[in-house]
Design a protein around this ligand. Structure first.
Ligand code: NDP
Length: 615
């Protein structure tokens, strides 16, 4: 008997999952054992902030900052960040008739994450027809089902051009401080280029994963060879481009630390080019089928206006477990959710002829998860020739403990004679030396070490933004949010008038991040339009409005807490620590994006700006 609940449920599992050909008890024990190996009390503190000696890791390798005079003028709206958040915000504000807009962007151009992440093989693993913002507005159809980074970057620039966002923008410019002035009712914004401008409104579109992190490994300063982070790829050193051809590595011994979604995409190119490639793995990713393909020439045939929104909505609903009659995207993401969420429960309750109990539903999900991960592990077994290497590449945790990956060339790369997997069995790299790395007690000589170690998540907002914001009566945001975020819908916080926050700050996380950013941009544009329509100039969260949203956040936060506690550490579960007020899920609305978007649209429909005050 496989079922943990009752005998007749085995039959349902058979019918819905096609039988149980694994031992769930053994798998559960193995998952917990793998988690226990990795839990560390230092959690996020194991990583080094990219400041001081490490600040060169965030320099812009793509565009030298051109000389210009400091700016000291006034604009109506300043948007901090020229990634998808800033682009959508700028676009929606222009559509609402706001003309005096300035985008301030650290990078040398628009694009945000796609400006910085140019590593070989960089692409988006969410379907392009959902992911690339404003396709209909720009009349653009992506070239592939999954777009490569250069195309996404180009599309970002096209959005900026379309909405006139280059006019008045300050590129290669980092904000250093923002402060509200009670006397003038204006924000003052200072930057690292000596600018000191004022604005009525400020929108922070800094991005959720914008600050690279480095592992706090002993001797990190000792290495005498070349190093860089994947989000600042050094093509001068490696040669080649996003498409590969990294000729500069032909005589190099290269080490890459990390095997997350980024490494999965660039390892095949490194393997193809480097003399020797050592992949230092702490935890393997779940790597499923990609199956990318060109967009068929008749893609738009029969699509009515609003097709992109309908597709995004359909995808979002499917990947949150909601019921939909059709699956417009039909890919690895929707497949996972079809098998692991309410959709699978619905099929099972049909078989039983009744609703499932909460326990039955949980068991079904768990069994379906084991089954899904068994297929991912089988894939590694089938593709990788060396059985020991294949075993090392098998992930032993539930699918959503870490971000699922999809790639067709990653696993075969480990069949190349020059590619070596250094499986550290959850321990990670031990230390740097002047000439290489030590892992599993063995020293490996290297010419170059690439950090594919990801981005800061779960550290406090101000640290990730890189500057503090000072509101009414000199109150600092770092102080106000010291013990966790306090907002209305994640967008405004009391004491900081006309300041808006985009991203994952008490909003809802989605697989398709631009959809959240678009909903936020629509909401902020609506709010500013309402202020104008009411003859006001300021909008601010009320203490009551803020408390109501904080209570709602806490109420929904417990959803999924048990699941995350049993997960192998990663940024989804605060690196294995239960409590973190800035944690990825503490900062996200537990009832999910479908409900969150409804809350926003109902709020607009209601029309009384509940929880905010206009003056
Ligand atoms: P991640 O945070 O996902 O991965 C970091 C990697 O570094 C992990 O494998 C981690 O291991 C490893 N690591 C950290 N410290 C050590 C150490 N001391 N020794 C050895 N290994 C170590 O970063 P990524 O850049 O890969 O991805 C970040 C996010 O960016 C993704 O989750 C995704 O949201 C997004 N992304 C999206 C893409 C897309 O296609 N849409 C593509 C790429 C990224 P461990 O797992 O054990 O912590």
């Amino acid at each position: 008997m496989a079922s943990w609940i009752m005998a007749d449920f085995d039959d349902v599992l058979d019918k819905t999952l096609g039988g149980i050909d694994f031992n769930p008890r053994e798998l559960k024990a193995k998952y917990l054992e793998e988690r226990d190996k990795r839990v560390r009390t230092d959690a996020n503190a194991q990583y080094i902030e990219v400041t001081g000696d490490f600040s060169n890791f965030v320099d812009d390798p793509y565009a030298p900052a051109a000389e210009r005079k400091p700016v000291t003028d006034h604009v109506d709206v300043v948007i901090v960040g020229g990634g998808f958040g800033g682009l959508l915000m700028g676009g929606r504000l222009r559509e609402a008739g706001f003309d005096d807009i300035r985008v301030i962007e650290k990078g040398g151009d628009f694009g945000g994450t796609w400006y910085w992440n140019r590593y070989p093989g960089a692409m988006c693993d969410v379907e392009s027809y959902c992911y690339l913002p404003m396709l209909e507005e720009l009349g653009y159809v992506p070239k592939h089902k999954y777009s490569f980074a250069p195309e996404i970057m180009e599309h970002s620039k096209n959005i900026a051009t379309h909405y006139g966002l280059y006019d008045n923008a300050l590129l290669s410019t980092g904000v250093t401080h923002t402060e509200w002035n009670d006397d003038t009712d204006r924000w003052t914004i200072t930057t690292d280029r000596g600018d000191e401008m004022t604005a009525r409104v400020i929108v922070m579109a800094n991005g959720p994963l914008n600050r690279p992190k480095l592992p706090g490994i002993d001797g990190i300063n000792d290495f005498g060879g070349h190093t860089f982070h994947t989000s600042r790829w050094d093509y001068e050193y490696t040669g080649g481009s996003n498409e590969g051809g990294l000729d500069g590595l032909a005589d190099k011994r290269v080490g890459i630390i990390g095997t997350g979604a980024t490494a999965v995409q660039c390892v095949p190119h490194l393997g193809a080019a480097a003399k020797e490639l050592y992949v230092f793995q702490r935890t393997p990713s779940s790597v499923d089928v990609r199956n990318n393909r060109e967009t068929p020439p008749d893609f738009l045939e029969g699509q009515e206006t609003g097709w992109q929104y309908r597709r995004m909505d359909n995808f979002n609903k499917l990947v949150t477990g909601a019921d939909q009659d059709e699956d417009l995207v039909n890919d690895g993401w929707t497949d996972i959710f079809r098998k692991l969420t309410g959709i699978a429960a619905k099929t099972a309750s049909k078989e039983l002829g009744r609703r499932l109990t909460r326990h039955e539903r949980a068991e079904l999900m768990e069994m379906a998860d084991y089954r899904k991960m068994e297929s991912v592990r089988r894939r590694a077994q089938e593709i990788v020739d060396d059985p020991d290497v294949a075993e090392s590449l098998k992930p032993y945790y539930r699918q959503f403990c870490k971000r699922p990956c999809f790639h067709d060339e990653y696993l075969p790369t480990f069949n190349l004679a020059n590619v070596h997997l250094v499986d550290t069995d959850g321990k990670g790299v031990e230390r740097f030396t002047e000439t290489g790395l030590v892992a599993n007690g063995e020293h490996i000589e290297l010419d170059c070490i690439i950090f594919a170690t990801g981005f800061e998540v779960g550290t406090n907002y101000v640290r990730r933004a890189g500057y503090d914001t000072v509101g009414r009566a000199g109150r600092q945001l770092s102080e106000k949010w010291k013990n966790g975020l306090r907002t209305v819908h994640g967008l405004q916080t009391e004491g900081f008038p006309n300041a808006f926050f985009m991203g994952f700050n008490q909003g809802a996380v989605t697989v398709n991040i631009p959809q959240t950013l678009n909903e936020q941009a629509v909401q902020i544009a609506y709010m500013l339009d309402q202020v104008r329509a009411r003859g006001g100039s300021q909008i601010e969260a009320t203490p009551e409005g803020e408390q109501a949203w904080v209570d709602e956040m806490i109420d929904k936060e417990r959803l999924g807490a048990k699941f995350r506690a049993e997960c192998t550490p990663g940024y989804y579960n605060n690196e294995g620590v239960a409590e973190n007020p800035n944690g990825f899920f503490s900062a996200n609305y537990g009832a999910g994006p479908v409900r969150f978007f409804e809350i926003l649209s109902d709020w607009r429909e209601q029309g009384d700006l509940e929880g905010c005050t206009v003056t």
